[in-house]
Design a protein around this ligand. Sequence first.
Ligand code: NAD
Length: 499
Amino acid sequence: MRQIDHLIAGGGATSGGRMSDIFDPNNGGVQARVALGDAAVLDRAVAAAQAAQPGWAMTNPQRRARVMFEFKRLVEANIDSLAELLSSEHGKVIADSKGDIQRGLEVIEFCCGIPHVLKGEYTQGAGPGIDVYSMRQPIGIGAGITPFNFPAMIPLWMSGVAIATGNAFIIKPSERDPSVPVRLAELFLEAGLPEGICQVVNGDKEMVDAILDHPAIGAISFVGSSDIAHYVYNRGVAAGKRVQAMGGAKNHGIVMPDADLDQVVNDLAGAAFGSAGERCMALPVVVPVGDDTAERLKAKLIPAIEALRVGISTDSEAHYGPVVTAAHKAKVEGWIQKCADEGGEIIVDGRGFSLQGHEEGFFIGPTLIDHVTPDMESYREEIFGPVLQMVRAPDFETALSLPSKHQYGNGVAIFTRNGHAAREFAARVNVGMVGINVPIPVPVAYHTFGGWKRSAFGDTNQHGMEGVKFWTKVKTVTARWPDGGVGDGANAFVIPTMG
Ligand code: NAD
């Protein structure tokens, strides 16, 4: 059976300890085993990082950017095999895996311009004969801890910016689909990155805790579920590290009475069910404004949902594939039942879905539940499956308040033809990323990604300039070049001012 090892310094490394199964979600079988590392494995990676990082930081940013250009070329050249590998462990369809890789590559494209964004600020003549300038220097060693649902994009969000800014980076991928992050680290080496600058340590909580406690790791970027994000944030910060920790989500799509419902249905189908709903920017809650809108929307949604094709990852006609594990399938189906028990009306029930020839696969059919209300636990919590809950709102203010009051604040969308309503909504909603007639408003790479409330702990977002800020520390220099004369020294004991 295939074994997935760590990647330390320049090559694969086994730890000889615990292992975990990697499933094929399409047929339910175990297809590989991943090594679960411990603090000793991490120590080896940190030692390699410490040896390599000063030289990498001294490498001029233009040369660092050239590695990014070459890495981008290599990923593009290997995109078919990477997408197949990704789909085989995650379960998303191949086209969606290519999108996962492409969105990550866009961050690498941003990193190709790193010399430009690393230019500091400069003030000539801030005082008599005094110039002030700032520079951004790498933290040193950074670590990334990533979720299963975007095994290419999220490691690339972190590694691209961390590495381009001169850090050594250690990634701890999800133990459910770690092969693509390992492969990306190999491609970084092939692109010319020195050994020890991008490494992979596999593992579970034991490895995460080792990372959180390691004194040589200065910054940690985490993406995953909210309880773990909060834990990682607290423990990492307590250890004196810089931590950004992105958590779960429950994104709402507000449908105003004037919206183009055909467009909404098309957008919702993809945003609620694409990737089997396993996206932190999925739209699992639709909020039609007014009962008339709700009825019209429902009438169009039902046939659209029933027409969705659920298939194996390599089925090019399939809209989405299986969920990641049997345990996750059971959890999602449990939430559907819970929602029904709480009073939700199941309109389309995806439970019990079976794909001929793949009866053991982790498939769930698309599910639509109407009359969901804010007091239901199944509304308050993240389901993370192909389940769309409809929460009816009588008016715009109620619709606005639903995502605003929800514990999560990752993304939100409004569908309307009314510019005033959209503008008002974007300004007032208590959520980090807003789409206006855009169902999945994941910002482009040169902007920045991050939610609010329990969707993100810490104050700096992923990628774009926020990412550059996270992975660097600012040094500000105040410089004077005296011409040989000695000042009168009158104010030497008073805090200097430029006045
Ligand atoms: P998860 O929280 O189970 O795992 C994330 C990482 O944490 C993994 O590397 C895992 O090994 C580690 N981990 C798991 N349990 C741990 C523990 N007890 N202690 C320490 N570390 C632990 O998340 P997941 O199921 O892999 O991913 C799905 C979740 O990620 C969803 O909640 C989704 O919304 C969220 N997500 C958020 C964003 C965002 O940007 N906000 C993006 C993608 C996914």
